[in-house]
Design a binder for this molecule. Structure first.
Ligand code: HEC
Length: 160
């Protein structure tokens, strides 16, 4: 072993010894430090911890009337009596915007263009009005209208 090796080994051992000493000091300090945080010293810590570790769902053993109402399937929409539908009102509210002016090429009732369409017959016209045809949006864009309401509007248009 050369001199330089001896010097290296001595210095290396010294570094190891110092590190070990520091480790021992840290362990001694850690052991003598009063342990952790006393949770009872700060009850809000406990509450917070409880809140944060709550299960995502909770088991409900009782149902209120409101819960039962929320679970009940929605009442089916009362069937509309076609006889009570005012096709003229539906037309005025929804269809007229395009069909009175001919916007987007909408056939205007009472014109030759409309007469041409009318030859298709109510059933076909109503089906096209309900499902949409070319630039004509389904139900005139009012999907809340019932088929019967759209049909009534078409009937009204045929009567114009
Ligand atoms: C956004 C404009 C618009 C609205 C609103 C609209 N339509 Fe139309 N409608 C059109 C256009 C455009 C056409 C022509 C479509 C085509 O090129 O065949 C048309 C065509 C029709 C036709 C003829 C279909 C056929 O087979 O030739 C009927 C019937 C009709 N509309 C009924 C209605 C009724 C009923 C409503 C209201 C519920 C309505 N439209 C609302 C634009 C509209």
């Amino acid at each position: 072993m050369g001199d330089s090796d001896t010097i290296f080994l001595k210095r290396f051992s010294l570094v190891i010894a110092v590190l070990v000493a520091i480790t021992v000091v840290i362990i001694v300090i850690a052991v003598n430090t009063p342990g952790g945080v006393d949770p009872n010293a700060n009850p809000s810590r406990l509450t917070l911890a409880d809140e944060r570790t709550l299960p995502v769902g909770a088991v409900r053993t009782e149902l209120s009337a409101a819960d039962l109402a929320a679970m009940a399937p929605p009442a089916p929409a009362a069937p509309v009596d076609p006889a009570t539908i005012d096709g003229g009102a539906v037309y005025a509210q929804v269809c007229q915007a395009c069909h009175m002016t001919g916007a987007a090429g909408a056939p205007v009732p009472g014109t030759d263009l409309w007469a041409e369409r009318a030859t298709k017959g109510l059933e076909q016209l109503a089906a096209n009005a309900i499902n949409g045809i070319n630039a004509m949006p389904a139900k005139g864009g009012r999907m809340d209208l019932s088929d019967a309401e759209v049909t009534a509007a078409v009937e009204h248009m045929l009567g114009q």
